[in-house]
Design a protein around this ligand. Structure first.
Ligand SMILES: C[S@@+](CC[C@H](N)C(=O)[O-])C[C@H]1O[C@@H](n2cnc3c(N)ncnc32)[C@H](O)[C@@H]1O
Length: 180
């Protein structure tokens, strides 16, 4: 789902001393995600691409009744392969960072982990950060429609919410058939 060379590149970004919380790592306004949490009440949630776990810690404090875990192949403490299912997969600012040739595999992986709900926030505009080879850190820059098609082709369930914010972030909520 990723190349070894890209994981090394990501580890370099995460280990940048000027960014102690790593790459991403800020508590952001998560938009309608909280309304969906109220509605969904998942018993378990996986933060897919959790970085150093800053948002994960925030979510653990806020939703004490939801068992939470994180996964991020570039962070040793979160890099163990996921062998269990979660009611909900949450993924914030991750999919635009996936190497394009692995995107279908990553979406299929997310689909296989989530039993009921998926929340995705995807950036559709270029990052300020560049990689060591000069590429923009957002390896995939595509439109709302492109992402919706990609999601429909790789994830089972219904897109019940899809909104592009003024800042170019696409928020998508997906409910699977056994969530009802
Ligand atoms: C911009 S950071 C976002 C981190 C965190 N989700 C947040 O919002 O603060 C992008 C994250 O995607 C992770 N990532 C990159 N490729 C991945 C992959 N194939 N599977 C899971 N996570 C990946 C990176 O290691 C990095 O932590």
């Amino acid at each position: 789902m990723f190349s070894k060379s890209y994981i090394k590149e990501l580890q370099g970004l995460h280990n940048d001393k000027s960014r102690p919380r790593g790459f991403g790592g800020k508590i952001k306004d998560l938009g309608e995600f909280h309304s969906f949490m109220e509605k969904w009440q998942p018993l378990s949630l996986l933060d897919y691409g959790c970085g150093k776990g800053t948002i994960l810690s925030f979510l653990k404090d806020k939703y004490e009744n939801t068992r939470m875990a994180g996964y991020d192949p570039a962070i040793p403490m979160f890099s163990s392969p996921i062998h269990s299912n979660f009611d909900c997969v949450f993924s914030n600012d991750v999919l635009e960072h996936i190497e394009p040739n692995y995107l279908n595999e990553v979406l299929t992986h997310i689909n296989s982990i989530a039993t009921k709900f998926i929340w995705l926030r995807i950036d559709t505009v270029p990052a300020r950060k560049t990689l060591s080879d000069g590429r923009n850190a957002h390896l995939i820059l595509e439109s709302k429609e492109w992402w919706e098609n990609k999601i429909k082709n790789n994830i089972e369930g219904k897109i019940v919410y899809s909104v592009l914010t003024k800042k170019g972030k696409l928020d998508v909520a997906i409910e699977k058939s056994n969530s009802r």
